[in-house]
Design a protein around this ligand. Sequence first.
Ligand code: NOJ
Length: 579
Amino acid sequence: MVKSLSLKALATTTIVTALLFSAQPDASAQARANKPQWWKHAVFYEIYPRSFKDSNGDGVGDLNGITSELDYLAKLGVDAVWITPFYPSPQVDFGYDVSDYENVDPQFGTLADFDRLVKEAHTRHIRVVIDFVLNHTSDQHPFFKESRASKTNPKRDWYVWRDPKPDGARPNNWSSSFGPVAWTLDEKTGQFYYHYFYPQQPELNWRNPAVERRMFETVRFWLRRGADGFRLDAVNYLFEDPSLRDNPVLPELRPGTTTGEHLQEKKYNRDLPEVQDVMVRLRAFNDSVNPESVLIGEAYVPKWEELMRYYGPSDNGVHLPFNFFLIMEPARSKLDANVFRSVIAASENALKGRWTTYVLSNHDNPRHYDRYGDGRNNDAIAKLTATMLLTLRGSPFLYYGEEIGMVTTEPKTIDEVRDPVGRRYWPANKGRDGERTPMQWDATANAGFTRGTPWLPVPPSARERNVAAEARDPNSVLNFYRQLIALRRRSPALLDGDYASIGTDPHVYAYRRRARGQTVIVVLNMSAERRAFMPPRPASGPQAYAIALATQDVRMRPFVAGELSLAPFEAVVLETRNR
Ligand code: NOJ
């Protein structure tokens, strides 16, 4: 339950807690250990604020638009929203280039709008997680303007500046994620500055303790305003090798990739050990302001062992390092039972009981509706993948619109492209506009997103695929998500249970979740054929399996005895009940 605490109440609670800690350290530590962490049971919902709902007709979504749709989110059943950046920004990277960490960009609203959003969300028991872009600022941030003013400016060392090589070349061979190179020469002072992303996103120098102190204050600022946690942007890029050694160049460009980032192994500018030290200090700082605030780390790393480090040496780092292994190859684009079984096995083996996240879509990747869809059974497949996402052992992250089966709608011409990376690499890479199109609320002009001109065109699919139409259709993707989330919320096995994979059928991915006297079996037919599945016997004699939810057949049988026949792409959730 979210409590809307006033600042005064919060301060009092903190003092009382501190007194309790000093008086009875053991009892209090025990109480903390026993307290369920809200984010373990939460369904998160990512909102890209530009595209969710526009309240003032300027064609860009805003905070008041989000507030106006909180009832929709409450009905969907989500426990927390994660809102991507809404801070003042030149919007080169649509908010991921922040020019003021402690304000709201006028196109998204005001601080008062944020306060109202938090209050209204908390009233509906929805937590509010916000983005913290701590690796880089905008080049228009006053910190960077000062830093670039002269070589002797007190903030010079807040960013990563280096002299050119004697021949005038850039300091090393590092490439930028958005291509091509990660260094830009500042003509005025004759030095290069480092930016892993766009040149308008200079990297902060986290080796400077003043940077850390100042950035941590941002955490305090938003927690005091009622935020419930942070998604930490690009956190694995915080540190660079001090001697700036060249990255090893990979022999080939991976097929299908078009930006510079896969040309080299990011040995010297990604995941340096110092990152983990900052995460531990950030966690301590976060907990000292609000121990319930959650830290969610964005780190696309190729191996589980690298991701595990984010939990901290004694689970004192990031609470939830984002698990992207369902968005990455081999699970990214192929609906294949063996692949999912082995990717989840790798997660479970690495985690050793720790909590994780699961996600299929976000604002940086094509939507999974069409990544997995076969063009004929897309809705069935969307329900199947939703069933997996919401029943694995971890906190699921939904991306706005996936609950109505929104499709990726790429720009048709280069003139339409808004994401700079799409303009640079058109047509091989059309950028990320396709997954950022406006939310489809109804069948009216502009899908009910705005009364103005939307910043990105509304996809033609909005005429049939929208919240209003799907709310009326009992078999819609939307109503399926609602049922699934409701089922998850009332199921101890789905919330807390352990995980065990069942069987080896190459077409059917099945698993058991078990907790406190309840067992749930999830059966996912990932093929276009009918398949049979034999559920294992329930552990307790008087219990039997009942169908809690199925994506296709309307099943009236109260209990399942013997073999289960699955329709193509059908998902079935069984739960034990007493006969
Ligand atoms: C990751 C964000 O998700 C992405 O949208 C952004 O472009 C980069 N970080 C840079 O901030």
